[in-house]
Design a protein around this ligand. Structure first.
Ligand SMILES: [Zn+2]
Length: 324
């Protein structure tokens, strides 16, 4: 391995697990290296802290808004950058009047008139990167790896052109390796399933929410008279108002499983968002699953999966892990 890239490898591999700042920091730098023009005359290349901060915000925004991944083991005192990111997401939801997640790259904070909040967030992140992250990332076991320089005012991170081109050349490896380490950290303090798939799906802009219509044929078995009833309020649902809800939120499960799906009124679905279901709902879901299994014919994959979920107590297990 190239000696410069080996230093990055060692730092990423061995850094501590206090929070995931070093992951977003290194990932942002590698991403910025992709824009470098190989024919540029300059011998040194400087990355502005603000530009790095915007990329860090992008990564955290997307992981938080879709999956609410926790970025540090300390629940009582979440990392500052995460707190700022969450505040911005709240302002964004307020402005739009719903809690539908949107990728950071697709948002124009200026046309939403959120530019002040956005700039404030970038500034907060910049300050934390300056004070806590930029120099710490280079240190390991009492030794400083001189992979970049910090100018005295800490406005920029300065590289030799040759080194930035190495980052660019090895960017595929570095992105994969950073995500691998990041995933390992996240698994240390997130109890939700499929962490590595979540991280990858966000990176690949590949977060598909499939239509749940294919589950109608099973869920309908519960309503012999054809009148679908809402799992939450028990009232009959008009055909125009019907929706399928994940009792344990989709953002937590990142999958569509019959054992977790119920009919409900459209409005109730969007209000619920990522809230934890009550114990009462969980017990009702377990009973529903037992009854649904009795209604189904024993010959489909869905039947088998529902049976496994009942036998293995998935509803209660995932609910307990979701509660933390
Ligand atoms: Zn209802």
């Amino acid at each position: 391995m190239d000696c410069y890239i080996k230093q990055w490898h060692d730092l990423i591999l061995n850094c501590n697990f206090d929070n995931t700042y070093k992951m977003v920091w290194s990932k942002a730098i590698v991403e910025l290296s992709l824009n470098i023009n190989e024919d540029a005359e300059e011998e040194t290349i400087a990355f502005d802290f603000g530009e790095i901060a915007k990329l860090c915000l992008k990564y955290y925004w997307n992981q938080t808004i879709y999956f609410d991944l926790i970025q540090s083991p300390s629940f009582k005192k979440p990392p500052k950058i995460i707190t700022s990111t969450k505040e911005l997401i709240q302002e964004f939801f307020c402005k739009r009047g719903n809690v539908q997640p949107i990728r950071f790259e697709k948002i124009d904070f200026y046309s939403l008139k959120l530019e002040k909040q956005y700039e404030k967030t970038v500034k907060n992140i910049t300050n934390t990167l300056r004070e806590n992250v930029c120099w710490r990332f280079k240190e390991l076991n009492g030794y400083t790896y001189e992979i970049y320089d910090l100018d005295s005012s800490k406005r920029n991170v300065v590289f030799s052109k040759q080194n930035v081109l190495k980052l660019k050349e090895h960017s595929d490896f570095l992105f994969t390796f950073i995500n691998y380490r990041w995933t390992q950290m996240l698994e240390g303090f997130n109890y939700s399933p499929k962490i590595s798939r979540k991280v990858r799906a966000i990176d690949e802009d590949n977060i598909k929410r499939a239509s749940l219509k294919k589950f109608y044929k099973h869920l309908d078995l519960m309503f012999e008279d054809g009148q679908r009833k809402c799992f939450y309020c028990g009232e009959v649902i008009n055909d125009t108002d019907v929706s399928v809800d994940h009792v344990i939120p989709w953002s937590y499960m990142f999958s569509d499983d019959l054992w977790n799906l119920v009919y409900c009124h459209k409005g109730e679905n969007s209000k619920k968002s990522n809230r934890l279901p009550s114990e009462e709902d969980i017990v009702r879901l377990e009973n529903r699953n037992t009854r649904l299994l009795q209604c189904m014919e024993n010959k489909s994959l869905d039947y088998d999966q529902l049976q496994i979920a009942i036998d293995k107590d998935y509803v209660k297990k995932f609910w307990i892990s979701f509660k933390g």
